[in-house]
Design a protein around this ligand. Structure first.
Ligand code: SF4
Length: 370
């Protein structure tokens, strides 16, 4: 299949998650919603359920305002809005991790606002690396397993989890390979985003099969020339309106540190005797993310290192409005970019944004500085 056909297939999925949900339900599968940023999708998958990402949508917020003040991130608000409006009808449960204060409130609000879809909490420890932290994570996963069994009637087996761990590791590898190939290939920012976004609405083995073919085609296809190379960081970078401006200004994303994109695929499940232990170890091994406790802010060094490795000339921070964890990291990122001689740009993004004029002007001005 040609590159354009593969990209069109992924675009279709990225643009219509509801269609994917209906497709899986029609096939007789049970779907479990997973919210940002990390949930044990491997466990859900191993129980024969379909984990489907819910990261909100670009839309107006009405109903969720009854539960949230205006100054909370719009990802949370729109997830709740979509839940209240019945967009997730047919979903068997929703897993919400406790990784930031907004996420903690989402679970509590969900219980009252969307009564027909059971809320399953996943409580992660702050100190994820010491043995007691790993034990805590494992206990959290065991609770998720019990709650999933009650909510869906599905059964858990260690054997099936070991298989799912392998399937997710394969998907990770293919997505990491895609990010590297896309840095060189002639592919737009919008198309790149479709590849990452579609992963949230497909079974990993189905997505792996398509992206593997896409990687082969892109490897042998034309290379992008004469573009301004940048690294993009933030929680989300999926707005086609914003990404079009990158393409119109000849800006090429050569690497990302985006929670919705590459942060998901950096760490594999290690090979261990017990697959639940292995999954808990994976969480302990994860790093370089705003949502993961890091007193030394190693994420900042990681961004600079990745930008240099990919020959990026600048760093674009897509700052989700009212996201405290990301806002705290901005000053160290700015300082590190200055010290490394990298240009940087901070663009505030919001799910309710309809007018991108200001962002367009900022991106244009950024381009002209080179
Ligand atoms: S990390 Fe930021 S964007 Fe994500 S849920 Fe929390 S506040 Fe919202």
């Amino acid at each position: 299949m040609a590159v354009n056909e593969l990209l069109a297939q992924l675009h279709e999925v990225a643009a219509s998650p509801k269609k994917q949900l209906d497709k899986y339900l029609k096939e007789g599968k049970k779907v479990v919603a997973v919210t940002p940023v990390y949930t044990p999708q491997e466990i859900i998958h191993s129980m024969g359920l379909v984990p489907m990402g819910v990261w909100g949508a670009d839309m107006e917020i009405n109903e969720a305002k009854k539960y949230y003040p205006a100054f909370i991130c719009s990802i949370m608000q729109t997830v709740l809005e979509l839940g209240i409006k019945g967009e997730y009808e047919g979903v068997s449960a929703i897993v919400i991790p406790s990784l930031c204060d907004s996420l903690k409130t989402l679970g509590q609000n969900w219980k009252y606002a969307v009564k027909d879809i059971p809320f399953i909490p996943m409580t992660y420890p702050q100190n994820r690396k010491p043995a007691y932290g790993i034990k805590f994570t494992k206990a959290g996963y065991e609770r998720v397993i019990r709650d999933l069994e009650v909510a869906t009637g599905a059964h858990f087996s260690e054997f099936a989890l070991a298989e799912s761990n392998k399937i997710y590791n394969e998907h990770n590898a293919v997505m990491r390979e895609f990010a590297e190939i896309a840095a060189e290939a002639e592919i737009t920012a919008v198309q790149r985003s479709d590849v990452f976004k579609s992963a949230w609405f497909m079974l990993p083995e189905e997505h792996t099969a398509i992206v593997r073919k896409l990687n082969e085609e892109l490897k042998n296809g034309p290379k992008a020339e004469g573009k301004l190379k940048v690294l993009v960081t933030g929680i989300l970078a999926d707005s086609p309106n914003l990404l079009k401006t990158f393409d119109e200004n000849g800006i090429k994303i050569v690497a990302d540190d985006v929670a919705h994109e590459s942060r998901q695929y950096r760490t594999d499940v290690p090979d261990m005797e017990n697959p639940v232990d292995a999954l808990a170890q994976k969480f302990a091994d994860m790093d370089n993310c705003t949502l993961l406790y890091d007193r030394d802010k190693k994420r900042v060094d990681y961004i600079i290192e990745q930008a240099k490795k990919h020959d990026a000339k600048g760093v674009i921070v897509l700052m989700t409005k009212f996201c405290d964890p990301e806002e705290f990291d901005y000053v160290p990122i700015k300082r590190a970019c200055d010290a490394a001689g990298l240009m940087h740009l901070n663009i505030e993004v919001d799910r309710q944004m309809v007018n991108y004029e200001q962002a367009h002007t900022m991106i244009q001005a950024f381009k002209e500085m080179f």
